[in-house]
Design a protein around this ligand. Structure first.
Ligand code: SF4
Length: 425
């Protein structure tokens, strides 16, 4: 099956089970782990509790080789009780940090559950601090709080906070939106350049002074499906969203590139010339990894917001059957093209009521369950093979050269389980 033959009945209009109840996900602070690697002159200052500091430290590992580019100002009991002026203390801490670290050009004040509970106005703090420390440092704020959110929303909130500060342009240009590892981003830019699409900028940039602007002639393509607030912020600035399947796997990457190529008037011969070789490589790599996956079933718990594009990839390119595809949110304006390519059959679910979903998963006994860390261990103990959703945002998985690795992420737990069974026999 090729990317341009959509299934007879895709899932765009399939019924969605809406769930509201207890959910098991990491909070938006998690995004700092990949954002601080991407934005090389940024610092992420979490305004939170010791719990927030522990989460960051354990998620990031202990950094011993370099000055870290994230930290936590701990709100103590006196702050939480309103006995100390947390705004003044925050400003003092920021001044100390910036004096010690002149390499910081962008500072993000990241809100948390505790800072939201005491209603600490980080937007006002960011404005005041920008006045004090500009032009060398720009201070922005966003929330990484875990209340009613999921972990990839941290990146969305971060990128959305940057959009209002971007300079205005009338230039016709493409903007790629999403924090990809540099090597993957370079591959995408190279493919676009070979097609003659050179006026391309990326949000977020690696450094604050890298060129990035927005305006009515900007067309933007998302590289991650969890960027709904960023999409809205860019549209507010007059830019136009280019809907496309996400660049996962050979077919997804080709469909994504095709949407961009059509928008920028790239002819078919050029498109074929540029994509033929990497497509073949990607298809071959996926086929190898898919040997383990073909004919197996998969069940997605809502976690990363990558669930729908990944279900499309696993069913169309790897021969799997999706039983349930749960996503924290389903924005059809973003994942509609992937839904169209997903054959009807799986239960689509939005939001979470974790006990009900666990019951459905146990009843279905899928070959592979994609879920958060908190659910993976108990399900493994019950004999189900699992894949941690969070790995999908820490591992390079986009575009052609990573297509085999993406399939490999899902085939490894199945191979491991098969090996354990053999050993036990
Ligand atoms: Fe926990 Fe909230 Fe801090 Fe996240 S922001 S670590 S959910 S207290």
């Amino acid at each position: 099956m090729s990317f341009d033959t959509p299934p007879a009945a895709g899932c765009r209009d399939a019924p969605i089970l809406k769930q509201r109840g207890q959910h098991e996900v990491f909070c938006g602070l998690t995004g700092i782990i990949w954002l601080h690697r991407k934005m090389q002159d940024a610092f992420f200052l979490v305004v939170g509790s010791r719990t927030c500091a522990h989460l960051l430290q354990s998620a990031a590992g202990v950094m011993i080789f370099a000055e870290p580019r994230f930290g936590t100002v701990i709100l103590e009991e006196t702050d939480l009780a309103g006995l100390a002026d947390a705004q003044d203390e925050l400003e003092r801490e920021v001044a100390r940090l910036l004096t010690r670290r002149p390499d910081i050009r962008q500072l993000f004040l990241v809100g948390s559950c505790p800072s939201e509970v005491i209603k600490l106005d980080l937007a006002r703090a960011a404005e005041r601090l920008t006045l004090t420390h500009s032009p060398h440092v720009r201070v922005l704020n966003y929330s990484g709080s875990g209340i009613e959110t999921t972990f990839t929303q941290g990146e969305d909130a971060c990128l959305a906070s940057m959009v209002p500060t971007l300079p205005e342009t009338d230039a016709r240009q493409l903007m790629l939106v999403g924090a990809l590892p540099d090597v993957v981003e370079d591959q995408a830019l190279e493919l676009l350049a070979q097609m003659g699409i050179e006026a391309v900028c990326v949000l977020p940039t690696r450094r604050r002074d890298d060129p990035l602007s927005v305006g009515p002639n900007t067309v933007f393509a998302l590289t991650q499906p969890f960027l709904g607030d960023t999409l809205t912020a860019l549209e507010r600035r007059g830019a136009r969203h280019l809907p496309a399947p996400f660049p996962f796997g050979e077919q997804g990457t080709t469909a994504w590139l095709r949407a961009v190529a059509d928008e920028f008037g790239v002819d078919d011969a050029t498109f074929e010339r540029v994509t033929a070789a990497p497509r073949t490589r990607a298809a071959r790599a996926v086929t190898q990894a898919a040997e383990t996956l073909a004919g197996k079933s998969v069940f997605f718990f809502p976690d990363s917001q990558l669930e729908i594009p990944l279900a499309r990839f696993l069913t169309r390119e790897c021969g799997m059957t999706a039983i349930e595809v749960g996503a924290p949110f389903i924005h059809k304006s973003i994942v509609g093209p992937d839904l169209e390519l997903l054959e009807t059959g799986p239960q689509l679910a939005e939001g979470q009521d974790v006990d009900c979903q666990l019951d459905r998963c146990r009843a279905a006994r899928p070959d592979l369950t994609v879920c958060g860390l908190g659910l993976a261990n108990p399900l493994e103990a019950e004999g189900l093979a699992t894949k941690w959703a969070i790995e999908l945002v820490f591992t390079p998985v986009h575009f052609y050269e990573q297509a085999g690795d993406l399939a490999g992420l899902f085939s490894r737990p199945l191979r491991r389980r098969a090996a354990l069974r053999l050993e036990a026999a």
